[in-house]
Design a protein around this ligand. Structure first.
Ligand code: TYM
Length: 336
């Protein structure tokens, strides 16, 4: 709790091409929360170097992501939008929490196992300790709720465990955070293999809708989306492809599953897929337009970046002063 408001924190990596999954599972939900909560939305660039990045490309992607947050509707006056690397408290608390995290806990993380398998030539220590840094991101702000897709659930569990562990040793220090999942879009699946999560790193470009895909590409990818031979638009386990399309449609139109099933009752998959494609274009097109405007406005973006880095540091320091004292670090001399 800061300034009598409960806190929301979330973040996204600026690596690869963001997908519709990132938007519907996270970003779109963030926009709804600004009025009720104090919100911090971070471009988690420290996390990204667990995989090698090309420096120029990395810098550009991170700035684009920050602009995209604003383009999606996050007002930087109301939401603290900043780069993780601009606030040194993330790295400090990350290190501290490393010392309260067991290696066994980290080795059990599915994301670690997946990434280690994918990048077998670079299984660095950061890849393993990634979830303690993520816990630090969250705990730094006394976060109550973390709006993410369901794939982040295991990391959230660890953040909760670390908060409870630290509190048990030193007394109440951190709020124990909860995951916040949207009604729809919590796990958008691949358009080609609907039993697999839609992912930035999928080798098949038809499997994912990238946020920057143009309207014709989006329509074409939905036309090619894998369905089944049942021929009925119904949300059920036996029809994973169709269910994924229903989920996407509902997340984009704010309709319920039942409303969607009714709307397409008796119609063929061709018509249904076309409508899903149009719904997605309807959501992404305004996002593109707004993004183009914002990314051009260098002075505005620089001001947002500076002001929000300071704001995030101001609030993070409230927690860090407590943490340092409880652990027993010597008091920092005040600079006059
Ligand atoms: P990242 O960058 O992989 O993904 C960003 C957000 O997008 C969600 N997401 C999805 N949601 C639904 N369907 C999908 N197919 C899909 N793919 C991705 C993710 O759940 C996430 O919410 N470790 C995090 C970043 C992070 C973070 C944090 C998040 C670092 N520190 C603190 C919250 C709080 C990650 O790699 O997300």
């Amino acid at each position: 709790m800061f300034d009598d408001k409960k806190v929301i924190f979330s973040g996204m990596q600026a690596t690869g091409n963001l997908t519709l999954g990132n938007y519907l599972g996270a970003l779109k939900n963030w926009v709804k929360l600004a009025d009720e909560y104090m919100t911090f939305y971070c471009v988690v660039d420290l996390h990204s170097i667990t995989i090698r990045q090309d420096p120029a490309e990395f810098r550009k992607r991170a700035r684009n992501l920050l602009a995209l947050y604003i383009a999606a509707g996050l007002d930087p006056e109301k939401n603290c939008i900043y780069y993780q690397s601009h606030n040194p408290d993330h790295a400090e608390l990350g290190w501290i929490l490393d010392c309260y995290t067991y290696v066994g806990e980290l080795q059990r993380m599915t994301q670690y196992k997946d990434k280690a398998a994918k990048h077998a030539d670079n299984i660095n220590a950061g890849l393993l300790t990634y979830p303690s840094l993520m816990a630090a991101d969250i705990l730094l702000f006394q976060t109550e709720y973390v709006p993410v897709g369901v794939d982040q659930k295991q990391h959230l569990e660890l953040a909760r465990n670390l908060a409870e562990r630290f509190n048990a040793i030193y007394g109440d220090t951190f709020v124990v955070p909860d995951i916040w999942l949207g009604k729809t879009g919590r796990k958008i699946m691949s358009l080609q293999e609907p039993d697999k999560k839609m992912s930035k790193s999928d080798e098949n470009p038809n499997a994912s809708i990238y946020l920057m895909d143009d309207a014709d590409t989006i329509r074409r990818k939905f036309k090619r989306a894998v369905t089944d031979s049942v021929g009925v638009v119904r949300y059920c386990e036996e029809q994973p492809g169709v269910s994924n399309l229903i989920d996407i449609y509902c997340a984009c139109t704010d309709k319920t599953t039942e409303e969607c099933e009714k709307e397409f009752a008796g119609l063929g998959y061709g018509q249904f897929k076309e409508a899903v494609g149009e719904a997605v274009v309807g959501v992404l097109q305004p996002l593109h337009d707004r993004f183009e405007e914002i990314i051009k406005d260098k002075d505005y973006l620089d001001k947002v970046i500076l002001e929000n880095a300071d704001k995030s540091y101001y609030y993070a320091e409230k927690t860090m002063r407590k943490v340092r004292k409880k652990i027993g670090f010597p008091e920092r001399p005040r600079r006059s």
